[in-house]
Design a binder for this molecule. Structure first.
Ligand SMILES: *Cc1c(COP(=O)(O)O)cnc(C)c1O
Length: 364
């Protein structure tokens, strides 16, 4: 049996008729960028997360970049972010000319709240929390630190649509919750998409102006903005998928539960869920000291896996200018060397999952 690490066709086929009807409706409407599907999606996505406002943008990276910019962060400012994140989190900071200051992750792969305060300087303007793999960071502690030091709080929720901490959804703890709707994300479009949720009415309005060349009224430009708009087709398809988010999340949680119960192997470290949180399992990330052997073994059985991520941002070529070296963030680096995402996707069958579990059980 051939098992892909992730597949998006199952998620399409599950709601195929609804997606196709909506696509035709939008195509026939004669209106394609920023329209009623976008407005409806913004209202519904805000309601879904529990935030007061939502402003959609073109992708997750620009959600981060725009949030950082509109919160007044730029050259000379520092933003604290976890070391083991996807590079986009860091680019959302550096595109604004600000400097990322890395913090080691905790045992749940999230920023270690105990290690934030020691990194705060007079240049620190914000903490960017990344709810990685669909887990949620230690939000009581982090919001308290931000309040105490007068820092902005930005949440990168590209992997955590619907994840909660004490019943409150990721993205609603700070000044701005930034989402990606890239097709492989839990709430995926069929192209690029992104959004910022916030309880700050002025910020939501500024995003809507900034994303459309800085204009509120066409051809009257208030600020130097950008083009970061969501299109009607993506918004319409997102409206369809959003209606099924509870089912989509529950399914991932059931898959994770079955992995937890069925994977029995002393040399594999399984992911843990923080108390008081509900993880949405964007990835199911295990760890092994013999990762390459495990990858080879699984690929012989036609089971695909992915490393999220093989090179931490502080060691990537793109960020050589920050001057970090190997050994600066040992926990981040050890995760990079040992993490492995095993197959997890909407529509994964029992049979497929059992095949993965059996293979893992037979690994010597
Ligand atoms: C996917 C992702 C992004 C970027 O989203 P795009 O829509 O691809 O620009 C940012 N941060 C994290 C953690 C992501 O996983």
């Amino acid at each position: 049996m051939k098992i892909m690490p992730n597949r998006m066709d199952y998620g399409f086929m599950r709601y195929q008729k609804e997606f196709e009807d909506k696509a035709l409706e939008v195509l026939r409407s004669g209106w394609y960028v920023l329209g009623k599907e976008v407005e409806t999606f913004e209202e519904r996505f805000a309601a879904y997360t529990g935030a007061k406002y939502c402003a959609s943008v073109a992708n997750g990276l620009e959600a981060l970049q725009i949030a950082v910019h509109l919160l007044g962060i730029g050259p000379g400012d520092e933003v604290i972010v976890q070391g083991n994140t996807y590079i986009a989190s860091v680019m959302g900071i550096t595109m604004n000319g600000a400097t990322p200051v890395f913090v080691e992750p905790d045992q749940y792969y999230q920023i270690d709240a105990d290690k934030i305060e020691e990194k705060i300087t007079e240049r620190t303007k914000a903490v960017m929390v990344v709810h990685l793999y669909g887990h949620v960071a230690d939000m009581d502690r982090i919001t308290a630190i931000c309040r105490k030091h007068g820092l902005k709080l930005i949440e990168d929720c590209a992997q955590s649509h619907g994840a909660t901490y004490k019943g409150k959804m990721a993205g609603t703890f700070g000044d701005a919750g930034c989402f990606s709707f890239y097709p492989s994300k839990n709430l995926g479009a069929f192209g690029d998409g992104g959004a910022i949720v916030t309880n700050d009415e002025a910020l939501a309005k500024e995003v809507k102006i900034y994303r459309n060349y800085g204009s509120e009224k066409r051809y009257y430009n208030k600020v130097v903005g950008t083009n970061s708009r969501l299109d009607e087709l993506q918004a319409g398809l997102l409206n369809v998928r959003l209606s099924h988010m509870e089912e989509i999340t529950r399914e991932r949680q059931e898959l994770a539960q079955r992995y937890r119960e069925k994977i029995r192997h002393e040399s594999l470290i399984l992911p843990k869920e923080r108390e008081d949180t509900e993880t949405v399992w964007h990835q199911y990330v295990i760890r092994s000291e013999r990762r390459q052997e495990l990858i080879d073994y699984l690929s012989q059985k036609e089971i695909g896996t992915i490393i999220h991520y093989p090179i931490p941002p502080h060691l990537s070529e793109a960020y050589a200018y920050l001057g970090h070296k190997k050994g600066d963030f040992p926990i981040t680096e050890s995760y990079s060397d040992t993490v492995l995402s095993i197959p997890m996707y909407t529509g994964m069958t029992r049979q497929e999952q059992d095949y993965v579990v059996e293979a893992l059980g037979g690994w010597k």
